[in-house]
Design a protein around this ligand. Structure first.
Ligand SMILES: O=C1C=c2cc(C(=O)O)[nH]c2=CC1=O
Length: 256
């Protein structure tokens, strides 16, 4: 039976042992082991603008280095903050929002890797992280040295990788250090009103300067052309005042 949107969902463990809502009386769908193949819990996916916003966050992580961190790129890309970085307990964005939209198997932490789309979602999330590192290295790209949850300080080994690899060793841009790169056309931020006004004013001033320059050149060329061919008042045959003056001085000296 196909699910009917808008019907009440059972939200108790008695109805859905894996913790996902299923309609009363509905049998688990073997192709959806997570259940909850009815209406998604959220009605929208992340937007390109959300990616633009989170890429602008200037700090990798902030205390308490947890899912409650505010103005933290890590917590924002994870999806516990608004895309602009402010933490709000009811907000789900970016990676988490995509998981919740997937619903069913892809929407539950302990099952989501079974959904093939998991790889695409996490690869794209890593591509955003790689782009953030590229844009903010080395200034803002600082991994917490201490006080992060266990296993998440800078020099701690990442669990469960073997041979051991520290968080710091993976806090590097992929093309330079890991031997792969992502081919993504990143969305761009639309200009703010202030930027539009500033660009318009600068453009107008530059245009005015060009017009003034061209007009001045044209007037000078015209003046020069109208001067050409006219007889100068003082021709070459006339002695200049300074020559005349020098001559007279010489004469005076010889008399004396
Ligand atoms: O598989 C996952 C499912 C998730 C659900 C949330 C949530 O924000 O409620 N976050 C998730 C991460 C997952 O990896």
């Amino acid at each position: 039976m196909s699910p009917v949107f808008g019907e009440p969902l059972c939200m108790t463990d008695a109805c859905h042992p894996h913790g996902s809502p299923r309609r009363y009386g509905e049998q688990p769908d073997p192709t959806e082991p997570g259940g909850n193949s009815a209406r998604p819990m959220v009605q929208r996916l992340p937007e390109p603008q959300d990616v633009v916003d989170c890429l602008e966050l200037g700090t990798f992580d902030t205390p308490p280095y947890y899912s409650t961190s505010s103005e933290s790129f890590r917590n924002t890309i994870e999806g516990y903050s608004a895309p602009q970085g402010n933490y709000d307990p009811i907000v789900r964005s970016l990676h988490n929002l995509a998981h919740l939209f997937l619903n069913g198997t892809g929407g539950q932490t302990h099952l989501s890797p079974n959904d093939p789309i998991f790889v695409l979602l996490h690869t794209f999330t890593d591509a955003i992280f790689d782009e953030w590192l590229r844009r903010h290295s080395p200034g803002a790209a600082v991994y917490p040295m201490e006080n992060a949850p266990i296993g998440h300080n800078r020099d701690f080994n990442m669990v469960p990788f073997w041979p051991p690899v520290t968080n710091a060793e993976m806090f590097v841009t992929a093309p330079e250090s890991l031997g792969y790169s992502y081919e993504v056309e990143w969305p761009t931020r639309p200009l703010s009103m202030t930027e539009v006004i500033t660009i318009s004013i600068v453009g107008a001033v530059v245009a005015l300067a060009v017009i003034c320059f061209v007009t001045t050149c044209a007037v000078r060329v015209r003046a020069y052309r109208s001067y050409e061919g006219r007889e100068p008042l003082l021709g070459e045959q006339y002695q200049r005042y300074s020559d005349d003056h020098d001559l007279r001085q010489d004469k005076t000296q010889s008399v004396v």
